[in-house]
Design a protein around this ligand. Structure first.
Ligand SMILES: Nc1nc2c(ncn2[C@@H]2O[C@H](COP(=O)(O)OP(=O)(O)OP(=O)(O)O)[C@@H](O)[C@H]2O)c(=O)[nH]1
Ligand SMILES: [Mg+2]
Length: 330
């Protein structure tokens, strides 16, 4: 193991010259580090998790290449090579297992054993993982945890926390967008997504929201394809949207279709064929969150175009696409 770590350390130093951002994923055994890494690598989770508790890979995230190191508990605590790595790293992702208070307490204890070894300039992302578990500790309770309050009070650090599920992918890309924009010092991929149409479906596939951004930008044959596809989706909805391992990016004509699922709702976002997938996925999640908020506030089924417009304008990147569109009623 120590040979492998000295190899990682040397490799990191080379990558540093090439200015590749470097992230280390830390967390207790079983917190979900490998599941996070698999989702970063493949956009989904692998069946059998890797046996290696420490590994090093390059990952393509949108247009950014990252070096990612998953470090098991023992490595992170004990290896002197790892201490060198930690001292040079651009970003740290701590995976917190939020399935019970006991797990959270143990996670923060672990965080404190490593916190002082992380340089001040390094961005730190906390992932409150496993929020899909029915008895997971609610996120607002976790935020009240005194241990976390201490961390947030350190104003010299760039720190954030997101509730996620590495298993279902919920809020995953929003969280990684945050740390990657911090590390690279730019908003990632903002101009790389052109939303074309967005459809939100209820459980069972009933459409609850449908918005076409710029109808003239959708080619006629794509429009026909789209129509056929949406009817097909409706028919297959129960199979597609009930499944955990749904194929969530589909290319179609000049477009790409992104599917995300959050608490019973499914969103289908159509963007340009070569647009950034991870950015489109995080946008789809943000639209869905904004929609769910509005729906909880006002559960009426009919949503006038004006309300849809207001929901979409809450998301800065989407608002840009909306500005060219005059508001008219359906
Ligand atoms: N329900 C649920 N299970 C998860 C989630 N993330 C990970 N798991 C499960 O938790 C278990 C441990 O996940 P791993 O990704 O192997 O954890 P790890 O942190 O890499 O563990 P070590 O490498 O042994 O330190 C696996 O059974 C995962 O399927 C999640 O978001 N939700
Ligand atoms: Mg692992």
């Amino acid at each position: 193991m120590s040979n492998y770590l000295s190899f990682i350390r040397d490799k990191m130093m080379t990558e540093k010259d090439r200015k590749i951002p470097q992230i280390v994923i830390l967390g207790l055994e079983g917190s979900g580090k490998s599941t996070v890494l698999n989702r970063l690598l493949f956009g989904t989770i692998a069946e059998g998790q890797p046996e290696q508790s420490t590994c090093f890979v390059n990952v393509k995230y949108g247009t950014t290449i990252l070096s990612v190191i998953e470090a098991g508990e023992e490595t992170a605590r004990e290896s002197p090579y790892f201490q060198d790595i930690l001292g040079e790293i651009d970003g740290v992702v701590f995976v917190i297992d939020s399935q019970s208070n006991r797990h959270i307490e143990a996670s923060f204890e672990y965080v404190f054993t490593l916190f002082d070894k992380i340089p001040q300039k390094t961005s730190i992302l906390f992932l409150a993982n496993k929020i899909d578990k029915p008895d997971a500790v609610p996120f607002p309770d976790l935020l009240q945890d005194p241990a976390f309050q201490i961390i947030m009070d350190d104003i010299n650090r760039s720190v954030s926390i997101y509730p996620i599920s590495a298993k279902t992918g919920e809020t995953f890309y929003t969280a990684f967008d945050w740390i990657i924009s911090r590390m690279t010092g730019r908003t990632p991929l903002r101009e790389d997504v052109t939303p074309k149409r967005v459809i939100i479906l209820q459980e069972g596939g009933v459409p609850a929201f449908d918005y076409t951004f710029d109808a003239s930008s959708i080619e006629e044959h794509d429009s026909t394809l789209l129509g056929g596809l949406i009817s097909a989706l409706n028919i297959m909805a129960t199979t597609i949207f009930e499944s955990e391992s749904v194929m969530d990016v589909v290319k179609l004509g000049a477009m790409k279709m992104i599917i995300r699922k959050v608490s019973g709702w499914s969103i289908v976002l159509f963007v340009g064929r070569d647009d950034s997938e991870s950015k489109a996925q995080s946008l789809a999640e943000e639209i869905l969150q904004a929609f769910i908020e509005e729906r909880n506030r006002d559960p009426t089924k009919e949503m006038p175009k004006q309300v849809k417009y207001e929901i979409l304008s809450k998301i800065p990147e989407i608002a840009i696409a909306l500005d060219q569109e005059p508001i008219k009623d359906d």
